[in-house]
Write a protein that binds this ligand. Structure first.
Ligand SMILES: [Cu+2]
Length: 159
């Protein structure tokens, strides 16, 4: 014979699991939701071996050029020509794709990584930390993409 306690604890567990499952499904949906009005929108195209940043708002393309640090210094080197420029606290949407092989856009200090895959647009939004203008965050390709993979760098520059 089934006791009323057995029925009660079975129903309690079923209710708890259903609640957790429902809440997880909602959360998963919202984690990937994109804001309809990002502050900055940038199309990023990975190339062997540089980053191309396209700002549709003013129809401008910038290609990054990596300049290695001077001999003997242990700096990161510099990047000229192209960067991801954004204001502090701004929501930035990036669409990441590749013109040749698989690359990966990584901003290690922000814990951000999006694969750049030929023929595919990977969309992502993130909020720029509220820091003083001029702060730079390293962008490094993290998918081995050939000879000069290690120099495929740029910066997120807070303006
Ligand atoms: Cu790469």
């Amino acid at each position: 014979m089934v006791s009323k306690y057995e029925v009660a604890w079975t129903l309690a567990v079923v209710g708890l699991l259903a609640g957790v499952a429902g809440y997880s499904a909602l959360l998963l949906y919202h984690v990937d939701a994109l804001s309809p009005h990002p502050g900055e929108y940038v199309e990023v195209t990975a190339h062997q071996w540089f980053w191309e940043f396209y700002y549709p708002a003013n129809h401008t393309h910038y290609n990054s050029t990596y300049n290695p640090p001077a001999a003997g210094s242990n700096g990161l080197g510099s990047v000229t020509g192209g960067a991801l420029w954004a204001k502090p606290g701004e929501v930035v949407q990036i669409n990441v794709t590749s013109a040749d092989v698989v690359h990966s856009l990584n901003i290690p200090s922000l814990g951000l990584r999006i694969d750049a895959i030929p023929g595919r647009d990977n969309q992502f939004q993130f909020t720029v930390p509220i820091v003083s203008p001029g702060t730079e965050y390293l962008i490094q390709c993290t998918e081995f993409c050939g000879t000069f993979h290690g120099t495929m760098r740029s910066f997120l520059v807070v303006t």
